[in-house]
Design a protein around this ligand. Structure first.
Ligand code: SF4
Length: 386
């Protein structure tokens, strides 16, 4: 079973912290981009030589909600024509709350979308302003109301913590307000300052008073307790869901299973290859216009691909599997998949991280996972395996 990712690299305005592959002020290119995306879908599906089965479809960005329902209808038609999509497939759309209305959401629901992920980031006006988001919190409330009215029963809301000048109290109030909207899923991300963004520049100049890491850790810990009390399962370092509402698409990545990426800057992993597409929209469209037969899973837009060695795959399995806070890495599952014992390959690293109190064995040594403390410094734990 494959997962399919579609990148839509258009935004109304570039947020001050964002380093995603997205472009503001280029919406006139959207119709040509949609055509290119469909050519790429046909090219990759054609090279597979069969209708590959897929059970998740995810439109991310950028701001996919800038596309019209006609454009989505056309893309989804091409996807369904090219792949064997499960009847109960999870079909997700990332959306900016400032770009939605009831009619559009009703159309999207009719087309088969069944999950919406809204970039909320904060409920506080000053924080939203500083992040240079195009929406306010009232837009979020409206978007959620419209999404429910349109029929969506699977809603994710994204929030960022550790924002400049954010206090624990302010973070608590953002999360409480968002909980009042009863989302099925929540993604909470720590702010990371990326080089080349306005935030990166302001930080360099000492003009960005970001909270110290201890305060950000307190925010994360408080959120974990609060969400547990509210009935959410903490299933991935940054993700919580009501039972039955885990994001199937992202689980595919974390479980190291194959996915195909389409669009400018999209990444994929299939047939033992990791690959990525050209970043720029114009070049992407030019490349997709060129007819060339390439081996699966590559498309004319691909600029970087490499085979993943068995050892690299095992390293990645540790990095992504340990992100799953309950599921973790199964010792038996590892052995079945790689025909090597987990402790034979990574015994030294695992023993060391257990001694440091960052990893633990669960279920009679069947499952290796992060401890509560390990979740706070997940990236450092993962680095130990590469
Ligand atoms: S809306 Fe999302 S993708 Fe677009 S600039 Fe803002 S953070 Fe980046």
């Amino acid at each position: 079973m494959f997962s399919l990712y579609f990148h839509v690299p258009f935004c109304v305005h570039r947020c001050a912290y964002c380093d995603f592959n997205t472009y503001a002020g280029q919406s006139e290119k959207i119709p040509g981009y949609v055509e290119a995306l469909e050519s790429e879908i046909r090219a990759v599906a054609g090279s597979a030589g069969q209708h590959l089965p897929a059970y998740t479809i995810f439109f991310g960005g950028g701001t996919p909600s800038l596309l019209t329902s006609q454009q989505f209808k056309s893309i989804l038609g091409t996807i369904r024509h090219s792949f064997n999509i499960s009847e109960d497939a999870e079909i997700s759309l990332e959306a900016n709350p400032g770009t939605l209305d009831l009619e559009a959401l009703q159309e999207l629901y009719r087309l088969g979308f069944n999950r919406i992920s809204l970039g909320v980031q904060s409920a506080h006006p000053q924080e939203l302003h500083q992040l240079e988001r195009i929406h306010d919190y009232f837009d979020v409330i409206e978007a959620v109301r419209w999404a429910r009215q349109a029929g969506f029963r699977n809603l994710n809301l994204d929030l960022i913590y550790g924002l400049p000048e954010q206090t624990l109290e302010r973070w608590k109030s953002s999360l409480e307000l968002v909980l009042g909207l009863h989302p099925e899923h929540l993604s909470l991300y720590a702010l990371t300052i990326e080089h080349g963004t306005p935030f990166g520049l302001w930080e360099q100049r000492g003009k960005l008073p970001i909270p110290d890491p201890d305060l950000a850790a307190d925010m994360y810990e408080w959120a974990g307790e609060r969400l547990k009390a509210a009935g959410y399962e903490h299933y991935e370092i940054s993700n919580w869901a009501k039972p039955g509402f885990q994001c199937q698409h992202n689980l595919q990545y974390w479980r190291g299973k194959p996915y195909l990426g389409f669009g400018a800057g999209a990444h994929g992993f299939a047939a033992g290859l990791r690959y990525s597409n050209v970043l720029r929209i114009k070049t992407y469209m030019e490349r997709c216009r060129a007819i060339s037969a390439l081996p699966f899973p590559l498309s004319p837009a691909e600029v970087n691909s490499h085979p993943v060695s068995l050892f690299a795959e095992m390293q990645e399995a540790m990095m992504t599997g340990l992100r799953l806070t309950q599921e973790g890495v199964s010792a038996d599952g590892f052995e079945q998949r790689y025909e090597r014992k987990l402790m034979d390959v990574f015994g030294e690293e695992i023993d060391e991280l257990i001694k440091l109190g960052l990893l633990e064995w669960a279920e009679s040594k069947g499952i290796l996972r992060l401890t509560k403390r390990g979740r706070q410094v997940g990236n450092q734990v993962f680095l130990r395996f590469v």
